[in-house]
Design a protein around this ligand. Structure first.
Ligand code: FMN
Length: 213
C-alpha cells in the first residue's frame, strides 16, 4: 500500500480577506468558477453532492453544475435515482466544489427543489442525442444483469425514436440547491487557511463570519 502520510501539499497561491469577499456568496462562487474555467481546471463545474435519507443515511456523488444564479445551483439527473429518492424524502443537500489548482473549496448547504419543467426540457433539448437516448435507456441506480442489458435497451430506445426528436423523460430533470449556508475556503500556508462562512439572513442578506481553519 502506498504511504499516504507522505503526500502533502502546501497552499500558498492566494488569501481571502473579508474585504475581498463579495456581498453575495453566489456572486463569489460565480467569480471563482470563472477563474477555475480560465485556469483550464479539468471539470471545473464538477461538484460532490451529498444527500441523506430520512433515516439519516448519507450518500455522496459527483454531479455537474449546469446553472447558477441568485436562486441557487442547478444540476440535472434522474428523479428516479437513489439521489432523487433521497431528495424526495429529505429535500436537503450539501454540495462541495474543489479546484486544486486554485487551492479553493466551496461548500453549499440548503434545500433542494425541482426546477420548472420547461427548464428541464429546454436543457434536455441541448444535450447530444446519444445522451438523450441514454436517459431513456438507463434506469439510474437500478441493478442490471450486465452491460449487454444496457446496450440492448439503447438499441431498443433508438429504434423507438427513429429519426424523430427525443423528448425529455418525465423522470429526468433538474434540481435547484437553494443555499442557506455557503463557505468559501482558500488554502494558506501551514494549514492556516482562510474560511469565510455566509449564513442567509434574508432574501439577499448574508452574515459573513470567519471560521478557524
Ligand atoms: C465528473 C462526473 C460528472 C457527473 N455528472 C452527473 C450529472 O450531472 N448528473 C447525474 O445524474 N450523474 C452524474 N454523474 C454520475 C453520478 O456521480 C452518479 O453515479 C449517478 O448520478 C448516480 O447516483 P445515485 O445512484 O446516488 O443517484 C457524474 C459523475 C462524474 C464522475
Amino acid at each position: 500500500m502506498a504511504d499516504l502520510t507522505a503526500i502533502r501539499s502546501e497552499y500558498a497561491r492566494a488569501g481571502l480577506s473579508e474585504r475581498d469577499a463579495l456581498p453575495s456568496p453566489i456572486a463569489h462562487l460565480d467569480k471563482w468558477l470563472h477563474e477555475a474555467i480560465d485556469a483550464q481546471h479539468p471539470e471545473p463545474t464538477a461538484m460532490t453532492l451529498a444527500t441523506a435519507s430520512l433515516a439519516g443515511e448519507p450518500s455522496a456523488r459527483v454531479v455537474l453544475l449546469k446553472g447558477l444564479d441568485d436562486r441557487g445551483l442547478v444540476f440535472f439527473t434522474s428523479y428516479d435515482s437513489d439521489k432523487g429518492r433521497a431528495l424526495e424524502a429529505n429535500p436537503r443537500a450539501s454540495a462541495c466544489l474543489f479546484w486544486n489548482m486554485l487551492e479553493r473549496q466551496v461548500r453549499v448547504t440548503g434545500s433542494v427543489v425541482k426546477v420548472a419543467r420547461e427548464e428541464s426540457e429546454a436543457y434536455f433539448a441541448t444535450r447530444p442525442r446519444e445522451s438523450q437516448i441514454g436517459a431513456w435507456a438507463s434506469k439510474q441506480s437500478g441493478v442490471i444483469a450486465g452491460r449487454a442489458e444496457l446496450e440492448a435497451r439503447v438499441t431498443e430506445v433508438s429504434a423507438r425514436f427513429g429519426e424523430g426528436p427525443v423528448p425529455c423523460p418525465e423522470t429526468w430533470g433538474g434540481y435547484r440547491l437553494v443555499p442557506d449556508v455557503v463557505e468559501l475556503w482558500q488554502g494558506r500556508p501551514s494549514r492556516l487557511h482562510d474560511r469565510l462562512r455566509y449564513t442567509r439572513k434574508g432574501d439577499a442578506r448574508w452574515l459573513v463570519e470567519r471560521l478557524s481553519p
